[in-house]
Write a protein that binds this ligand. Structure first.
Ligand code: BLA
Length: 509
């Protein structure tokens, strides 16, 4: 049988988050067909308009929200005017109260969402642009991703008044690391903690690349179901991917309650088309934000993502430049003497530098040269045999060698990481770089496997108490740039070796 974590994670991936069949009940939804006839409504309609849901379908918009309100929306609803993402259409009055109306065209319908316009928390509309302007000024002076994130967290808190604002980034395995936060009094810090990847399932991450801001105003809400339950155009459950009122997964609502969070908002940080991270906001009580406020928060997210991309592009460029300089110094050193292997010996310190390694070894026929912190000659020979037998990449890398080559368990201290360059197609000739163990302490926000399944019912974890994991046997990771430059280095090296061999042959004649 599967262990319970497997079951949980698989079922999380199946939560139908785009098609919940319901909306959050702080507003109401009307879906119109091409003739602008109301064909579907949320079942909380009467509470806002006094009209029973069943009586609304088949009517004109004016019949449901009144002549005046319908007239205000009419110009925006003309054929083809609505876009595929919600836009603010107008503020209308309904039952004596003002409502912001958002409209988008999706899933064959014109979807109108009505949100109470009064009583939102956070900054006033008039403050939004000045705040954004200040943020733009400040952020251009920041020069690390942490600093950029800190400014963005403070900005989002100023805009929204959420009690806790976190910026977190996802690692290669999808775990989230909290990089920056801004807190009100009474909110615990999550800075430096890691949240397991399974807290946000795959389909949610996919949706959040397309839909960049989401709010849950009250984790205790009862969803307002759509009437009729299916999209009359398609006969299927409505695709509410972009609806601002989309009802969220009940599992996630439970997660929020477990965390002591009644309201949340999250803003996607999309870098190079991928979900790089999130700005995640929490509040202990229910909280309401207007579309305009959310839109400015979305823009803060876009600005932050852009700066993160620029910062990381610049860092990567600088890094590659340094590695390339080192490569040029090595190649320069190889063109001097006659014996290729002796030449390699003369550049050993630079070889270490090239790969930020602790040790390096050269294995050519029965010659073995090692330098720095390396396994024993015998262990290096065994490693080269293992590479020769099963590894076919021209450049192989591992930051957890003992997981692939068990004998490496005996020398994790000096060689938890290996970068291996094959320098002959026929023989087992290698240039090997070793990286030492880099013990990592991970401060999980609650045990990553602490999810329970009670009565077969899925539930998210209930504890967010910090839990420290110590990871052994790994080295610092090998970066893409390092691997690419090592491939380039290999081509140059083989070129030089070949040239040398030819010169030797000429001399011999
Ligand atoms: C969604 N889970 C989420 C979201 C966050 C988290 C931020 C997005 C919510 C949104 O944008 O509105 C998790 N919240 C966090 C984390 C922090 C936080 C990591 O504040 C860190 C500070 N979740 C589980 C389990 C399941 C699960 C076991 O823990 C599956 C059964 C599911 N999480 C789950 C689902 C969603 C989600 C289905 C999508 C909710 C939705 O958009 O409908």
């Amino acid at each position: 049988p599967q262990d319970s974590t497997d079951i949980d994670i698989a079922s999380c991936d199946r939560e139908p988050i785009r098609t919940p069949g319901a909306v959050q009940p702080h507003g109401f939804l009307l879906a119109l067909d091409d003739q602008l006839k109301v064909v579907q409504v949320s079942d909380n309609l009467a509470q806002f308009t006094g009209m029973e849901p069943r009586l609304a379908t088949g009517r004109s918009l004016a019949d449901v929200i009144g002549e005046g309100a319908a007239e205000m929306l009419a110009p925006q609803l003309e054929a083809g005017r609505l876009r595929e993402r919600p836009a603010y259409l107008s503020t209308i009055s309904q039952g004596g109260a003002p409502f912001d109306v958002l409209g988008h065209a999706w899933d064959g319908l014109h979807i109108l969402e009505f949100e109470p316009a009064s009583s939102s928390h956070g900054a006033d509309v008039q403050q939004l642009y000045p705040l954004l302007g200040e943020f733009l000024n400040k952020i251009s002076d920041a020069d690390s991703i942490e600093e950029l994130s800190k400014l963005a967290a403070a900005e989002i808190r100023a805009l929204t008044g959420f009690g806790r604002v976190l910026v977190y980034s996802f690692d290669d395995e999808g775990h989230g690391n909290v990089l920056a936060e801004c807190l009100a009094d009474g909110y615990d810090s999550y800075l430096g903690q890691r949240f397991p990847a399974s807290d946000i399932p795959r389909q949610a991450r996919e949706l959040y690349v397309a839909n960049r801001v989401r709010i849950i105003q009250d984790a205790n809400y009862t969803p307002a179901r759509l009437v009729p339950p299916q999209n009359p155009r398609s006969g299927q459950a409505n695709d509410l991917s972009f609806a601002a009122l989309r009802s969220v997964s009940p599992v996630h609502l439970q997660y929020m309650r477990n965390m002591g969070t009644m309201a949340s908002m999250s803003v996607s940080l999309v870098v190079r088309g991928k979900l790089w991270g999130l700005i995640s906001c929490h509040h202990a009580e229910a909280r309401r934000l207007s579309f305009h406020q959310r839109t400015v928060c979305e823009q803060v997210g876009q600005i932050l993502a852009l700066h993160i991309k620029n910062r990381s592009d610049a860092d990567e460029l600088q890094f590659r430049l340094e590695v390339r300089r080192s490569m040029v110094r090595i190649l320069g050193g190889l063109t001097q003497g006659a014996d290729f292997i002796e030449n390699l010996r003369s550049v050993l310190p630079e070889l270490l530098h090239f790969a930020r390694a602790g040790g390096v070894a050269i294995v050519i026929d029965d010659r073995l040269i090692s330098f720095g912190d390396t396994p024993s000659d015998e262990q290096i020979r065994a490693l080269a045999n293992w590479l020769g037998a099963g590894v076919h990449e021209e450049v192989f890398h591992s930051a957890h060698l003992s997981a692939q080559h068990a004998p490496a368990e005996d020398y994790t201290d000096c060689a938890s990481g290996l970068l291996a360059m094959q320098i002959s197609r026929i023989h087992q000739h290698y240039l090997l770089w070793f990286r030492p163990e880099h013990v990592v302490q991970i401060d999980w926000a609650g045990r990553p496997d602490g999810k329970q399944s009670t009565n077969g019912q899925l539930s998210p974890r209930t504890s967010f108490a910090a839990w420290r994991e110590t990871v052994h046997g790994r080295s610092a990771p090998w970066r893409d740039g390092e691997i690419e430059l090592t491939l380039e280095f290999r081509t140059a090296l083989l070129g030089i070796a070949l040239e040398r061999a030819e010169q030797m042959a000429d001399l011999a004649e």
